[in-house]
Design a protein around this ligand. Structure first.
Ligand SMILES: Cc1cc2nc3c(=O)[nH]c(=O)nc-3n(C[C@H](O)[C@H](O)[C@H](O)COP(=O)(O)OP(=O)(O)OC[C@H]3O[C@@H](n4cnc5c(N)ncnc54)[C@H](O)[C@@H]3O)c2cc1C
Length: 384
């Protein structure tokens, strides 16, 4: 749903300009230093990028899902590490509070996330439980009007920068599955929280992950999202449904950028006395990429519109995540191939993007988990 086309066009044009004029020229520097310059972060705040999907009443831009994916198409036409910094505030870092939080919790955290004053992180994965997150073992034991949290969360995006964590922990030790899990809002600096060292990743330098360790971390009972025990896994899954659409849109945007770079290179690079773009085998790679990007873009827009219309879209969100992230990997591979040797060395962006986009098939549910979700929902619907 697009609320006001003219206002949206202005926003999309400013994002496009910011990406082209400010972010693209800094890609290589960020990849080398593993840091996003503070001046760029300040500009992201000014543009409202930290609060794209947070409602206006909490200081965000309140974009609908369709508007958000259109914005994500633009944001993604550069290194995905830039998006990662404000991505958690719009997605997994804020949505748990937004979807299931009490009014008090929303008022306490969302305005600060929308402005970019603080970064929110989402802590579900553990060393022993990734895809099988419903079996997590981080514990939260009631002690009067507090809970005491113990456990380790792994690969947590933006943890080194985070001001607040949404932490999934087991409040009911007698229930081993998802039903025993609750979601907590835990402020950085709470005694008992410590961070591991930054992970050394394959790509997306400038975006940081690390372990978050809870040792007898005492939080008030009012920190449970929605105030009710046992709802945390459901909250996490709702958050991921939306997050999967957002990531799918990012896959489309990055793929468009990679294809644009590959096409430009193919038209400039000469072999056998002509631009390589004239060779039909190169054209096949360009055409397949174009068609697949178009398919993913159409899927993402359709699912976003359905969500805006109030439909429940877990199957569609998983279809989008599966197709768009796998498509993005294929486009990255073809882009390297079209660049030849230049695609394997770091003078061109193709090599960096190839590493950066590998993550999309892994986090917020691997491709195999998306397949399981889709098939499980199909079987359930057929039996109903
Ligand atoms: C850079 C990065 C950032 C991340 N950010 C966050 C974050 O902010 N918050 C957070 O909570 N987590 C985060 N994660 C964790 C991420 O979501 C998990 O890594 C992912 O869900 C996979 O879990 P795993 O690594 O434990 O792999 P595993 O679950 O061990 O999977 C290993 C392989 O087995 C396959 N597999 C597992 N179960 C099945 C099955 N039933 N059927 C078929 N195949 C199966 C998987 O598809 C995969 O191929 C991040 C990870 C990375 C790398």
């Amino acid at each position: 749903m697009i609320r006001d086309q003219e206002t949206l066009n202005i926003l999309l044009a400013s994002i496009r300009r910011f990406v082209r004029e400010q972010l693209v020229p800094h890609e290589q520097q960020v990849a080398e230093t593993d840091e996003i310059p503070p001046a760029l972060v300040a500009q992201m705040r000014e543009l409202g990028l930290f609060g794209l999907s947070i409602p206006e009443q909490y200081g965000g831009l309140g974009l609908t899902m369709e508007e958000e994916v259109l914005a994500a198409f633009e944001i993604a036409r550069t290194s995905p590490a830039f998006r990662s910094l404000f991505g958690t505030n719009n997605g997994i870092g804020s949505q748990g509070i937004l979807i299931d939080g009490t009014e008090e919790q929303k008022n306490a955290w969302l305005p600060r996330m929308a402005s970019g004053e603080i970064v929110g992180s989402f802590a579900l994965t553990e060393p022993g439980y990734g895809s099988d997150a419903g079996s997590l073992t981080t514990s939260a034991v009631r002690d009067g009007d507090h809970y005491i949290i113990n456990g380790t969360k792994r690969y947590i995006t933006n943890a080194p920068e985070a001001g607040v964590f949404t932490v999934m922990a087991r409040t009911d030790a007698t229930r081993k599955g998802p039903g025993g899990v609750s979601a907590f809002i835990v402020e950085r600096g709470t005694p008992g929280i410590s961070l591991g060292k930054k992970d050394r990743k394959m790509g997306q330098q400038g975006a940081h992950t690390c372990d978050v360790i809870f040792e007898n971390c005492r939080v008030p009972a009012s920190c449970i999202i929605g105030g009710k025990e046992g709802q945390g896994f459901k909250t996490a899954m709702k958050v991921l449904d939306k997050g999967r659409l957002h990531i799918s849109a990012i896959c489309v945007g990055v793929a468009e950028r990679m294809l644009e770079d590959a096409l430009r290179y193919a038209m400039e690079r000469q072999q056998f006395g002509q631009p390589i773009a004239e060779f039909q085998l190169i054209q096949a790679m360009l055409a397949d990429s174009k068609a697949e990007i178009y398919a993913a873009r159409s899927m993402v827009l359709d699912a976003a519109r359905r969500r805006d219309n109030g439909e429940d879209i877990p199957t569609e969100a998983s279809c989008c995540k599966l197709f768009a992230s796998e498509m993005c990997g294929r486009v990255a591979d073809r882009s390297v191939q079209i660049h030849g040797g230049a695609g394997y060395v770091s003078d061109y962006a193709a090599e960096r993007f190839y590493r950066d986009v590998r993550l999309f098939r892994i986090y917020e549910g691997t491709s195999q988990i998306q397949q399981l979700v889709i098939a499980r929902n199909m079987i359930k619907a057929a039996g109903a």
